[in-house]
Design a protein around this ligand. Structure first.
Ligand code: FE2
Length: 252
């Protein structure tokens, strides 16, 4: 059996060869803690603006959000601003989630980056309702967003690694898909203004050429991927709302 340091070395190797690596899954108590933490954030935001649905939201829970989503202006309510964790919540997350130790073991020292310039490390979460194509983006490289949306130069992007982990998901059926090795390929793309900001876009015919692989992640289990890796959040038809967390780290 491999010792821990060798495992982390193998993960680092995966990252360079395939463009991503899957970090160890957390224990069930951490998974439960994570769910409760995000659910409480979701609930507080929701009932602050929609007090009338408090009872229904508490009863349904985060997993069943899609069953009450029609009672709110979903598209306009869940802006990225609202989905950003606050400074003190970032502290709680970094202390309680094992992913930060794993990242340190694989990549060495890093900081959680502030991509949008909010004044502190940026970690945010995302909701994907069943059968809601508008809740997922087309396949893309995050470097496209960093360049086009965030106006970051290549130098600004040096040392950035993206991290994604599910909070509500089912292994194999609903999560993130990646195109292994695509971090080494140049993929043509364009830009357009969506929701008032310049965003990358790509021709579906071009994207079709790249075969995507769904990642088998359990709750709280993170994938770290190269900013040049082609990836996509998968739409789904399960009877739950998928919830995930993402952030970027910068290696020191
Ligand atoms: Fe992305």
């Amino acid at each position: 059996m491999q010792s821990q340091p060798n495992n982390f070395l193998a993960l680092r190797q995966d990252f360079f060869n395939e463009g991503y690596c899957i970090l160890p899954a957390p224990a069930p108590d951490e998974q439960q803690w994570l769910y409760n933490f995000v659910q409480s954030k979701w609930l507080n935001l929701l009932i602050a603006d929609y007090p009338g649905i408090q009872d229904a939201a508490r009863k349904m829970g985060l997993t069943n959000y899609h069953k009450i989503a029609d009672k709110i202006d979903h598209q306009n309510f869940w802006t990225k601003d609202r989905r950003l964790f606050l400074r003190h919540e970032i502290g709680i997350l970094t202390q309680n989630l094992s992913v930060f130790n794993h990242l340190n073991n694989v990549f060495g020292d890093f900081k959680v980056e502030d991509i949008e310039g909010i004044g502190h490390s940026e970690i945010y979460w995302r909701l994907v309702r069943p059968n809601a194509l508008s809740d997922v983006a087309v396949a893309h490289k995050d470097s496209w967003f960093f360049s086009i949306t965030n106006n970051m130069s290549e130098t600004d992007q040096e040392g950035l690694i993206k991290v994604w982990l599910p909070v509500v998901s089912e292994i194999g059926s609903s999560g993130l898909s990646v195109c292994p090795g695509s971090h080494k390929l140049v993929i043509p793309h364009t830009s357009e203004v969506r929701h008032g900001r310049p965003k990358p876009d790509a021709d579906p015919e071009v994207l079709k050429k790249y075969s995507m692989k769904s990642l088998p992640l359990s709750v709280g289990q993170a994938v770290a991927f190269d900013k040049e890796l082609l990836h996509k959040g998968i739409s789904h038809d399960n009877d739950f709302t998928r919830v995930s967390i993402e952030f970027a780290i910068r290696l020191n």
